[in-house]
Design a protein around this ligand. Structure first.
Ligand code: ATP
Length: 342
């Protein structure tokens, strides 16, 4: 089902937690709300779920206004960070719970529970109690329980943040696989940019209750629209625009010089041999070798007649053999890899 969020606002006392947030979610799409703590992600998810009311704006599910529909009638599957399973019920009984509330017939419940547990690879654990499972397994049960009643929307609020890195990665793939298999429209809240980029069809980046940018992971990473998105998603050199660093041709054509540009560290090439336009010098300040990657900070500025010194970071594949602090090296950046930031 499709979801249309129009100009949602929310106040807590005098504090504006959401400030005119709009978003269209297509059927079968997986959207991540991404942003720093306190930006309003959870509040927006709770408003969609019907657990919180908005002070302005509206939400439509397949064209139907949700404002008059209480949470329990929305038929949305919700998964929270804390697994919130019933501790005294078996895995199977946890998954069956929502179906019993909806008065599904017994035989249909048994089939559905089996199907859901197989989907999350827990078929062999049906009779166990939650405390007999690992955190990752408990979250799989929570997912199966949320999906069992065939919800029209799946809402996930930081579902993986209590898990350690490896389990977390496994479950990222798992949730995405299940979501795509069922083609269920889904929204996930996370503050982890890698998680958002790896799982979502589109990411909505938020700050202070506002949308900073909505786009595919590729767009958000390659074409950030402002310096907040540029620096929140991955690493980005945010630099004053200087003539030695090439500026995207369409901006140059407009004749307006931007004040700030962004360049990804992997797009700063060191010791490129051709002395073409866009080549400038940097003095190596620091070299950090990370095994498969080397991060090099270089000082650029006075040496090329700019107003101020600044530091630019370059990331190279491998161990950066021969790179030494103090060396002066030519750097270059392809014009198409320079982003103009607001
Ligand atoms: P986090 O990742 O830390 O959960 P978030 O992006 O999900 O952050 P929200 O939980 O939506 O942010 O909170 C947004 C703002 O609203 C915060 O400043 C928070 O303190 C405030 N807030 C949230 N719920 C309430 C509430 N029930 N009463 C008062 N203020 C609230």
């Amino acid at each position: 089902m499709s979801l249309e969020i129009r100009k949602i606002s929310k106040f807590f006392g005098g504090m504006k937690a959401l400030d005119g947030v709009s978003l269209s979610v297509e059927t079968g799409e997986m959207i991540c709300f991404l942003g720093p703590s306190g930006c309003g992600k959870t509040t927006l998810l709770r408003i969609i779920a019907g657990l919180e009311s908005a002070d302005g704006g509206s939400i439509y599910l397949d064209g139907r206004d949700l404002s008059s529909l209480p949470a329990r009638k929305r038929n949305f599957g919700v998964v929270f960070q804390s697994y919130s399973l019933f501790p005294n019920l078996s895995v199977a009984a946890n998954v069956a719970y929502g179906l019993e509330c909806r008065r599904w017939p017994g035989a249909k419940i048994r089939t559905r529970v089996e199907e859901m547990l197989a989907l999350v690879h827990l078929g062999d654990h049906a009779r166990k109690l939650p405390h007999q499972l690992s955190g990752g397994q408990q979250q799989r049960v929570a997912l199966a329980r949320a999906l069992a009643p065939e919800p029209s929307l799946l809402l996930l609020d930081e579902p993986l943040s209590a898990l350690d890195a490896q389990v977390r990665e496994e479950l990222q793939e798992e949730i995405r696989r299940v979501q795509q298999h069922l083609k269920i429209t889904s929204i996930m809240v996370t503050h982890d940019q890698e998680e958002a980029l790896s799982m979502a069809d589109r990411v909505m980046v938020m700050k202070d209750g506002r949308v900073m940018q909505t786009g595919t992971p590729m767009d958000i990473y390659r074409k950030p629209e402002n310096s907040f998105v540029a620096q929140f998603i991955g690493k980005m050199n945010v630099l004053p625009a200087q003539k030695e660093i090439p500026v995207q041709s369409h901006v140059a054509a407009e004749g307006s010089r931007p004040r700030v540009i962004g360049i990804r560290p992997e797009d700063v090439q060191i010791a490129c041999c051709s002395r073409e336009e866009g080549t400038f010098n940097g003095v190596v300040d620091q070299v950090v070798r990370l095994g498969n990657l080397t991060r090099v900070s270089l000082r650029v500025g006075n040496i090329m007649g700019g107003e101020k010194d600044f530091t630019i970071v370059s990331e190279l594949q491998g161990m950066g053999d021969g790179l030494e602090v103090g060396a002066s090296l030519p750097l270059c950046v392809q014009p198409e890899n320079v982003r103009v930031l607001e």
